[in-house]
Design a protein around this ligand. Structure first.
Ligand SMILES: Cc1cc2nc3c(=O)[nH]c(=O)nc-3n(C[C@H](O)[C@H](O)[C@H](O)COP(=O)(O)OP(=O)(O)OC[C@H]3O[C@@H](n4cnc5c(N)ncnc54)[C@H](O)[C@@H]3O)c2cc1C
Ligand code: FES
Length: 511
């Protein structure tokens, strides 16, 4: 059956049972809404066909048991309840009642309660465990707070965050938001009233300075202290600063926060000139977004090809050509020697005019609190499979956490949005005493113009890259192998293949 045919299927009129094989999914409509119909054995499910993250087409995703995964950024939904089981989607998708009669499947009325009702916590008995305290209002911190409520926890939940904005969609700050495509209202993860409605105390512009682990207290700048039963550290990372003359000038910027992105937007006038230092994900995404605003962009980086260290030479060349095709000028194999008010100077003496210099040379995890508290640290805060640090009752998640990855047998610390959110979700359950190991396979995406590169797994080093397809045709999968074992798979416009690779890695099979 073609996609076109499926789009026009009126599921309220029903379809023959034989049209939906076991394990199959199809998309039709009920009234004005597109609905995904999925069959597992004798069970048939009907849920909203658009992912609640950015609207990805769930019908092109992957059904795994009684769940469906989104082909865009791998969110996972329950087909039974619509619940967003795994980030980056946070909201449940709709569900419909399905009937079978006379050899037909008919989709009936919409179910009003989907997911797990957030207000359940109001009826929970409070009681132990006591106050849950979260340091960090980013991906991991927010996801943890929300999951505590979803799990029915009825005690105090507090987020302490240095940021002055409620938790927001950080990956968007270098992409559509910076490009001027995404409106302001897309950026907060939740409307501001969500926190009060769900009893989550959000203390913004507040910095945690020290932990007294034995007294179970967190000290805040200004002298106040807050008690906790369980503590989650999710302090993320901060941009590494440049160490060259002129690096302190006002037009030399980094990008981590919403305020940083707004500052870049204010400086990115049509026809202005930007130099991006570093051909990192963030540097390249910023370059693409600034080009969308008709800013002249030069990228200066020491490597021979952008992103080669992570994505290899084939995708490195592709990314370079993609950006050059959009007017970006590269100065590769070069470093910055100095920055002046209206130009930068490179190590070979080249001068490039610049009204704005964006430094994207990597980040360092914010480990100060963990260090001060005497938690075990080794290239990140060491946690066990339950994301608990060396001090019982104190957990860590996101960019700071280094966890034992069961699939590679290595300890990993990874700076990805989806990893941070999922770790926050797992940490929350473990703060409630669940003892749920963190087993998710790492996933990230990076957006350049109209091309998204998806990457599942983790290959710090490889001895072979097996290519299937052509990046120039925007249709490719690259398998990063070491000693014959596939460690990671990068894809362009092959969402389902990326999901299949993720599933294989979860099951410790070769993708
Ligand atoms: C511009 C940009 C684009 C990105 N794009 C992508 C992408 O496309 N795909 C992808 O996978 N990843 C992307 N990332 C990476 C991703 O955003 C991070 O991996 C993720 O946000 C990490 O989550 P976290 O919760 O560990 O930290 P964060 O989200 O950084 O949150 C940390 C929080 O802790 C707070 N904090 C720190 N110290 C203290 C303290 N002492 N007291 C109180 N609060 C404190 C901070 O204010 C912040 O609120 C991007 C990052 C940036 C900056
Ligand atoms: S659109 Fe579905 S996970 Fe992002």
């Amino acid at each position: 059956m073609t996609d076109e045919h499926q789009d026009h299927l009126d599921l309220a009129n029903g379809i023959p049972e034989a049209d939906l094989a076991d394990g199959a999914m199809l998309v039709g409509r009920v009234g004005e809404e597109t609905v995904l119909l999925a069959r597992r054995g004798q069970e048939i499910f009907a849920v909203g066909a658009s992912c609640t993250h950015y609207g990805g087409p769930l019908g092109e995703g992957l059904m795994v048991d009684d769940t469906v995964r989104c082909p865009w950024h791998h969110a996972c939904f329950s087909l039974r309840t619509g619940e967003a089981l795994a980030a980056p989607a946070l909201n449940a998708t709709s569900c419909w009642r399905v009937e079978r009669s006379g050899g037909r499947i008919v989709v009936r009325d919409k179910v009003s309660d989907v997911g797990r009702p957030m207000p359940a916590w109001k009826h929970a008995a409070g009681g132990p465990p006591g106050p849950m305290l979260i340091v960090g209002g980013g991906a991991a911190g927010y996801a943890a707070a929300e999951m505590l409520r979803r799990e029915g926890y009825g005690g105090a939940v507090t987020i302490i965050s240095t940021d002055d904005a409620p938790p927001y969609d950080r990956p968007n700050l270098s992409k559509d938001y910076l490009a001027g495509i995404a409106p302001e209202e897309w950026i907060p993860l939740r409307p501001v009233e969500f926190y009060a409605d769900n009893g989550i105390e959000l203390r913004l512009s507040t910095t945690a300075t020290a932990i007294d682990a034995s007294a179970r207290r967190l000290m805040l700048a200004g002298g106040e202290s807050v008690s906790f039963d369980k503590l989650l550290l999710a302090t993320g990372a901060e941009p590494i600063r440049l160490q060259v003359p002129g690096a302190q000038l006002a037009h030399v910027r980094t990008l981590r926060s919403l305020a940083d992105s707004r500052d870049l937007i204010a400086r990115a006038h049509k026809g202005s000139r930007a130099v991006v230092v570093g051909a990192s994900f963030i540097g390249l995404e910023v370059a693409a977004s600034l080009r969308h605003r008709d800013v002249e962009v030069h990228i200066v980086a020491p490597e021979a090809r952008p992103m080669e260290r992570v994505l290899g030479p084939v995708l490195g060349n592709f990314v370079r050509q993609l950006h050059e095709g959009n007017g970006v000028v590269f100065h590769l194999g070069r470093t910055l020697a100095a920055i002046d008010a209206d130009r930068v100077r490179l190590d070979d003496g080249t001068a490039i005019a610049a009204d704005l210099v964006l430094v994207g040379i990597g980040v360092r995890p914010r480990l100060e609190l963990a260090q001060q508290a005497g938690l075990a640290i080794d290239h990140g805060v060491l946690v066990n499979e339950y994301l608990e640090t060396s001090t019982p009752g104190i957990f860590a998640a996101g960019d700071i956490a280094r966890w034992p990855d069961p699939h590679t047998g290595e300890k990993l610390r990874i700076e990805h949005w989806v990893v941070a959110e999922r770790q926050g979700q797992t940490a929350a359950r473990n703060m409630l005493g669940r003892r749920e190991p963190y087993k998710a396979v790492p996933f990230f995406w990076s957006q350049h113009y109209d091309v998204s590169i998806d990457y599942v797994g983790h290959a710090a080093a490889w001895d072979a890259i097996v290519q299937d397809g052509d990046p120039g045709a925007h249709d490719v999968a690259l398998r990063f192998q070491k000693a014959g074992r596939v460690l990671a798979v990068a894809t362009i416009f092959r969402g389902r293949e990326s999901l299949l690779a993720e599933l294989a890695m979860e099951q410790d099979r070769q993708p």
